[in-house]
Design a binder for this molecule. Structure first.
Ligand code: ADP
Length: 860
């Protein structure tokens, strides 16, 4: 047995091996140690290997799913080795001692789950494959629980952002690739070839060309090849549901990098969970599929005005009709997860219950269609979605006739095919039913015949049907002519068989076996039909999800008094009465009110410097405006009284160095790396929020950097920007930067206490109220008093020397400094351009080089 185990373990590689033995999956050696620890189950031992006991632990097959879920969560991958023949077959093949043949039937990994119990209903489960082809990175991503597949490509330095958006639970890359993200699983490089990928996709979809699905680049196809090859590997040749790939164009979506996503807490909050995240504050979907679609929308907001407005229009339509919305949501709430049921069915892991879910879901989709079809003034997006809700009439009719109302999750015991669907099956059931009745009648007959009232006919898995009498009555039946044959003596009872009973029992067994076989055959046929219609069924599931998202957005808007934003391509951002959805909800839970604030950015006033005391609401204001842009472009309503959103192509959010020590770089370094990324990437259509940049270093350094960053954002990037700072000195930038204006969050000192008004006002902040905030936070009074004394000294010093920013008034303008440099460079360029190289002697060339180098060295 160990030889067989070790061979399978070698095949399983670094996956834990679940080795099937009877009713258990057993794990051995290091696998057992690791699993016992993660699962908190007993580690035992069995036999010996090379003279030492073999560590072992096991989990029962019937509850294996729960254990698998915990192992996968714990970061493991698992190979399942099943018995692939019965003990009888093994004996026939190799004699009485023959070992039952086993084989790995499947690998269970985080990215390739389809089981309902192992998946979170409201989260997509993404598997990604990434590789590089001639300097371009290709990414293929699929959620195999629903079959959605996307291909994209990006520059190597944008890989982090792309992966952050996907949030894959498993990533595979070619082995030996330096660009591979950490934790990626290495797969053979040959799987990632673009020709191979193209061939695999064509084979999966049975097409001669992929042109009908879109245009795919070499890098995309190579990644797709790696993805499909990996799926073949983990499914041992059985492929899961894969829908035709969709190419994701880089500029079709609002670009956000990893740091921005984390800082805006879109899908996960800074605490690491869904709690406190944006999606939690927005999500009013009533189906898991809707919630997954919403998360996808928020991760990848659109940049195309027409598409965004199509979504707004549908939300508005549902917002305007609360009754329709309530009806619709009630129907949607009862829907099964059609997409995931389909995923299991196509992956060959479907159950009768999954077929029942397809039947119910698709029939309901039809009813939703009929209901909405009758409405007037339907928005265009709905008109596009409606046809996808129908077209399954033949399938649902068949399933309704074929399946019982609530089919079981197990198919081995049968009982899921409805009566009247198959006459032969009905007859078989009739026979076993008759036989069961006959057995009940036999019991009465035997009681009569023997005079033993306590006689019973019973059934168990080992003996089948048998007659049982209490031990004290057994003698009469033991007689050789009694017509009963002894089978087993128990503590208080004795068991017998009888010819008539044996005959009836055989009838039951035979008819039952045939009935099971018949049901199994029907199951295969019914499954094949769903597999054939998989694209249409998936389209229905997606349409239902899209409708749920719109209804949920409308519901959220109605709940919070949210409005539809106007969309324009001008570089403006006009938000009146804007609010932060997460902070507002948190305050509401405490019975406090959120103060709404306006934001008006335009080409001529595109950078707002926001000052004011700590805790005054600066960060909240910055983020709420970024979130409003994100929500608007994701197609939803927004928490504001009124707004015009000029479409944003890239969104950046940066928070000054804080407690983010996780990555092992100094926080200030992180801050600067991120700031550098903004200065390199933000353009005129971008929107940037910068919160306390420069906070992570000394006062002078910090102020100097903040100053230079503001100037660069204002003069070079020219994007819309909100910049929060506690450096008063920065307000002097208003003198030199014409599209910059000063704002602050208001505060008042009242009877010695600080009152934060959380209200934005124009003009610079008057002072920082740092000591008042310290007092508010509970710093002991003597410490605050001492700080006050120190402050007075410092301020006196400042008055005498002109303060921290003394001398900044004479600084040449940032743009002017840049121009100077450009001019000098141009001068060099001219000189080089005018040069006739062929006419130069080596000596002259050398002199000239010295001269040019000297000039370049003099550049400012
Ligand atoms: P800052 O960035 O100025 O230090 P924050 O934005 O972090 O301040 O806000 C501090 C706290 O003030 C928040 O946690 C919130 O409870 C409250 N707050 C912020 N903005 C508002 C607002 N507009 N209305 C009501 N309370 C607010």
């Amino acid at each position: 047995m160990m030889a067989q185990y070790l061979a399978l373990k070698a095949e399983a590689g670094d996956c834990l091996l679940f080795y099937r033995m009877g009713d258990f999956f057993e794990l051995f050696f290091d696998d057992a140690r690791q699993a016992a620890q993660i699962l908190d189950i007993a580690l035992t031992s069995r036999g010996e290997h090379l003279g030492v006991p073999i560590p072992m632990c096991g989990v029962p097959v019937h509850s294996a799913e729960g254990y698998l879920a915990r192992l996968i969560k714990g970061g493991c991958r698992v190979a399942i080795a099943e018995q692939v023949e019965t003990p009888e077959e093994a004996k026939k093949r190799g004699g009485s001692k023959a070992l039952v043949a086993r084989d790995i039937v499947r690998f269970v990994t985080a990215g390739t789950l389809t089981e309902e119990a192992l998946l979170e209903p409201r989260r997509a489960n993404v598997l990604a494959a990434v590789c590089e082809v001639r300097g371009v990175v290709g990414i293929a991503a699929v959620d195999i629980s629903t079959g959605r597949m996307e291909l994209e490509e990006c520059a190597a330095d944008r890989l982090g952002a792309a992966l952050a958006r996907l949030g894959a639970s498993e990533t595979v890359t070619p082995e030996g690739w330096d660009g591979a993200p950490p934790e990626a699983i290495a797969r053979p490089g040959r799987d990632f070839s673009s020709d191979g990928g193209e061939a695999r996709l064509k084979a999966v979809h049975g097409v001669a060309t992929l042109d009908g699905f879109g245009m795919f680049t070499r890098a995309m196809l190579a990644a797709a090849g790696g993805l499909v090859a990996y799926l073949e590997h983990v499914g041992r040749g059985q492929l899961p549901l894969l829908l035709p790939p969709v190419a994701r164009a880089g500029d079709a979506h609002l670009a956000m990098d990893e740091a921005t996503r984390a800082s805006l807490e879109i899908l996960v909050s800074s605490q690491g969970g869904r709690r406190g995240s944006l999606v939690e504050a927005i999500d009013r979907c009533v189906t898991g599929a809707g919630a997954r679609q919403l998360a996808d929308d928020l991760s990848a907001p659109l940049t195309d005005a027409a598409q965004i407005e199509a979504r707004h229009e549908l939300v508005e339509w549902l917002h305007g009709d609360p009754l329709l919305r309530a009806d619709l949501r009630a129907v949607l709430r009862a829907l099964p997860d059609v997409g995931r049921a389909l995923g299991r069915v196509v992956a060959g892991r479907g159950s009768p219950r999954d077929l029942g879910q397809l039947r119910d879901g698709l029939s309901e989709a039809r009813r939703i269609h009929d209901h909405l079809q009758g409405r007037k003034d339907r928005p265009a997006l709905l008109d596009a979605l409606l046809p996808r809700l129908t077209g399954h009439g033949a399938l649902t009719d068949l399933y309704s006739r074929a399946l019982v109302p609530s089919p079981p999750t197990e198919r081995a015991q049968g009982g899921f095919i409805a009566e009247g669907y198959d006459h032969a099956l009905d007859e078989l059931r009739q026979i076993s039913g008759d036989a069961r009745r006959a057995i009940a009648m036999l019991e009465a007959k035997y009681r009569d015949q023997t005079g033993i009232a306590a006689l019973k006919i019973r059934h168990n898995g080992v003996l089948g049907y048998f007659i049982e009498v209490p031990a004290k009555h057994a003698d009469a039946l033991m007689a050789s002519d009694s017509g009963f044959a002894h089978r087993q003596t128990m503590a208080g009872a004795v068991r017998f068989n009888a010819v008539a009973l044996h005959q009836e029992a055989s009838r039951i067994a035979e008819a039952g076996g045939h009935a099971l076989a018949a049901e199994e055959a029907h199951f295969e046929e019914l499954t094949a039909l769903a597999v054939k219609a998989r694209h249409a069924i998936a389209a229905t599931a997606e349409a239902l999800a899209r409708i749920d998202v719109a209804a949920g957005q409308a519901e959220r808007a109605a709940e919070g008094g949210w409005t539809r934003p106007a969309i324009t391509t001008d570089t403006v951002l006009e938000i009146e009465g804007g609010r932060h959805p997460v902070v507002e909800a948190a305050l509401a839970a405490k019975g406090e009110r959120f103060v709404a604030n306006d934001c008006h950015l335009s080409q001529t006033d595109r950078l707002w410097l926001v000052g004011g005391p700590n805790m005054g609401g600066k960060s909240t204001f910055l983020r709420q405006n970024a979130l409003i842009v994100l929500l608007a472009q994701a197609g939803g309503f927004i928490p504001a009284a009124r707004a015009t959103i000029g479409l944003v192509d890239r969104l950046f959010s940066r928070v000054g160095a804080s407690d983010n020590l996780a990555r092992g770089r100094s926080t200030f370094m992180v801050e600067m790396v991120e700031t550098a990324a903004i200065l390199a990437q933000a353009g005129e259509k971008s929107f940037v929020i910068l919160d306390e940049v420069g906070r992570g270093t000394s006062t002078y350094d910090g102020l100097a950097l903040a100053w230079a960053v503001v100037e660069a954002v204002h003069g070079v990037n020219r994007c819309r920007c909100l910049f929060a700072t506690h450096y008063h000195e920065l307000s002097r930038l208003a003198e030199s930067c014409d599209a910059l204006s000063l704002h602050h969050v208001r505060a008042r000192e009242w009877q010695g206490d600080l009152v934060l008004l959380h209200e934005l006002a124009e003009g610079p902040a008057d002072r920082s109220y740092g000591l008042a905030v310290a007092k508010l936070a509970g710093v002991p009074a003597p410490v605050v008093a001492r700080a006050k004394a120190v402050l007075e000294r410092l301020e006196k010093g400042r008055a005498e020397t002109g303060g921290l920013a003394a001398g900044l008034g004479d600084l040449p303008l940032f743009a002017a400094a840049l121009e100077q440099r450009e001019e000098a460079v141009d001068h060099l360029r001219e000189k080089l351009g005018a040069l006739d190289v062929d006419a130069l002697s080596p000596r002259e060339a050398l002199d000239l080089l010295y001269e040019l180098k000297r000039e370049a060295g003099n550049l400012p």
